[in-house]
Design a protein around this ligand. Sequence first.
Ligand code: NAD
Length: 361
Amino acid sequence: MNFFSDLEGYGHEQLIFCSDPKSGLRAIIGIHNTVLGPALGGTRMWAYNNDAEAITDVLRLSRGMTYKAAVAGLNLGGGKAVIIGDSRTQKNEALFRAYGRAVESVGGRYITAEDVGTTVRDMEWIRMETEFVTGVSALGGSGDPSPFTAYGVYNGIKACAKKQFGTDSLAGRTVAVQGAGNVATYLIGHLTKDGAKVYVSDIYADKAQKICAEYGAEFVETDKIASIDCDIFSPNALGAILNDTSIPELKCSIVAGGANNQLANEKKHGEALKARGILYAPDYVINAGGLMNVASEIDGYSKEGVLHQAEGIYDIMLRVFAMAEERNILNHEASNLIAEQRIAAIANIHSNYVGKPTIKR
Ligand code: NAD
């Protein structure tokens, strides 16, 4: 592995290796870009097969956070960290406090949060050693991000409807929701309240059926949800649902949901959706409500402020579609471009000196 060419290839500022053999800590903090502000991103705990795999993951994930924060209009940079280990068996207080000290030593250039394999309890151990952590339950924490993610997805779906149907009213629209988890549940609440006809599936049928009974939605078997005849297909389960098998089967005009990494292959499957005339809402843009929620902890948490920001995903999405049309590029390429343009513009305005010189006579 050639570290510096990897860092340069991904465009990173810094990669920090943290080791504390006594507690078992082996962590890597990736700081991709801090032009807009401190790098915010979660800490993933995962039993990687080898160090190279962990490095590739932290590079990829931290770069993704730069784009997500930038397009969401947040004054945050992109970062992410990984702790190498099995989250079921290798967690202990000393390990997370050792990690907290490592985060503290970076001096605020990186702010952490929960991710796959870490929980609120872990964040509270980290909080004992550093203030640069969000997603804690107490001490001004923001709590469960799902309602905010769902509210952003709902607003993003309305923008898609506006673009595709000429009106953002969801009354009478049919929406197939894949997954009946935290985000999907709040989303289904918004959709049914607006008068949409909603279909729901989950690998745990009872979970989906319970939500259907509560919201007057219709249960669908897992293998049918992506091919149901509907206006909008909303993936809210796991990644890579948009692939060689599912795309030819889709019978919808819009794909818009909260799941991460929906396109199995960004270029190939982005093009396949476009070729079929299906409007795709880039996942990291439409699901930014959760990031907005944790980010709000930095300046003093405000639920109303976060809801207002999540509502703004409507306008952001319309900007992405306009840029994609204007440049004849894919929607996720347009959102990447918007992020890159914002970072370049802000880097430029920060290039002049506005400090206060100390003149010693
Ligand atoms: P969750 O675990 O609460 O829900 C996911 C649901 O999907 C579960 O009920 C699971 O049984 C179901 N599922 C898994 N595979 C499925 C399949 N093949 N078909 C149908 N259902 C299936 O998770 P969540 O917090 O609701 O997150 C959902 C998605 O949104 C994830 O991809 C997550 O990364 C993404 N996301 C969540 C947030 C947030 O605030 N929670 C923020 C940004 C992105």
